[in-house]
Design a protein around this ligand. Structure first.
Ligand code: ZN
Ligand code: ZN
Length: 340
């Protein structure tokens, strides 16, 4: 079967690999559509320390069940369009014991630490399959990236009473915006440097937007929150400035949730941690229930799926699309690869 491979940084190829063997309890999936994400881009650029090469990328999946093995529940039938939870859990580490397997110490995400879905068929344990009668292939391929933002909203214990500032309106920020606004009915302020991304943030549920390139971030946030600051700040950029601004701008006794990774050490005014008695939280990947919550929102039709997918490319263009994205990183929210 035809397979896309990142051979080493900046080098890709298409090759022939063997069809996966189907073990008991597994489902054979025919891949329909795969989303490329920031993690795939960093892998392509050689900047992802978790990756070894060569690697088949792909963990944002829409697929059709091609075959089921013994032990798979009857509701999972060939022909069904589904998505996949691409993480593994060891069951033994502190995170797994605390029922927080999204942060498993030994997690191996499909397409990052093990081979992924940019190929014709993959076999996965049936427990990793999620299904809805209402979702289409474009919806399914957005479930995983949106769930990462939804998880951050859970970490921040967001309710309808909160004003949530989301730094960054890229794919992960959009998940946080939609999770807070569409699911929790919180008031969301989206912050980005790009007006086009902010327009999409509004469609994803943001009540207000701030372009921090052209507007004074602190003044605008104060204006919009009666001088208090937002009760929750979710950082989905991964820059030193936004890591610091999150702590500086959040209200007293607020919650700060970090999804991004800053690429270098960050210096803080630590008095705010104590003075404001802040909850500073990390958020990694997502739980199966976050995936389910995303599916419920996508079923409602409120999330702007078509506008989120910047480009749809055929399988043969997957490598070229990564090259383009690498050359123009700021103009793309999401690339989908159509396998047929
Ligand atoms: Zn992803
Ligand atoms: Zn674990």
């Amino acid at each position: 079967m035809k397979t896309f491979l990142i051979e080493k940084p900046e080098a890709f190829s298409f090759g022939e690999t063997k069809m996966p063997e189907l073990n008991a309890g597994e489902v054979l999936l025919k891949i329909e559509r795969v989303g490329l994400c920031g993690g795939d881009l960093t892998m392509f650029r050689g900047l992802n320390p978790m990756v070894t090469y060569p690697r088949i990328p792909g963990h944002e999946i829409a697929a059709t069940i091609a075959e089921v093995s013994a032990g798979v529940p009857a509701h999972l039938q060939p022909g069904l369009l589904v998505t996949v939870v691409p993480y593994t859990t060891c069951g033994k580490c502190p995170s797994c014991r605390a029922k927080r397997p999204n942060a498993c110490q030994f997690n191996q995400t499909l397409g990052i630490q093990r081979d992924g879905a940019l190929t014709e068929f993959v076999a996965v344990p049936w427990q990793k399959i999620l299904w809805s009668p209402k979702l289409t292939a474009p919806d399914y391929a957005l479930v995983e990236p949106l769930s990462v933002g939804f998880h951050a909203v859970e970490r921040g214990r967001v309710t309808a009473a909160d004003t949530v500032a989301v730094f960054g309106a890229g794919m992960i920020g959009l998940g946080a915006i939609a999770g807070a606004a569409l699911r929790k009915k919180a008031r969301v302020i989206a912050i980005d440097l790009d007006d086009q991304k902010l327009a999409l943030a509004k469609k994803a549920g943001a009540a207000e937007v701030i372009n921090s390139k052209t507007e004074n971030l602190h003044e605008r946030l104060q204006q919009l929150t009666n001088g208090e600051g937002p009760s929750v700040v979710i950082e989905a950029v991964g820059a030193a400035e936004t890591f610091v601004a999150a702590v500086n701008e959040v209200c007293f006794t607020g919650r700060v949730v970090y999804i991004g990774y800053a690429k270098k050490p960050v210096a803080y005014e630590t008095k705010f941690f104590v003075m404001k008695e802040l909850d500073v939280l990390g958020s990694r990947n997502a739980l199966p229930e976050d995936f389910e919550n995303v599916i419920r929102v996508l079923e409602s039709g409120l999330y702007p799926v078509a506008e989120t997918v910047t480009r749809l490319v055929p399988f043969a263009q997957a490598g070229a699309a990564l090259q383009d994205w690498s050359a123009n990183p700021n103009t793309t929210t999401k690339i989908h690869v159509n396998l047929h």
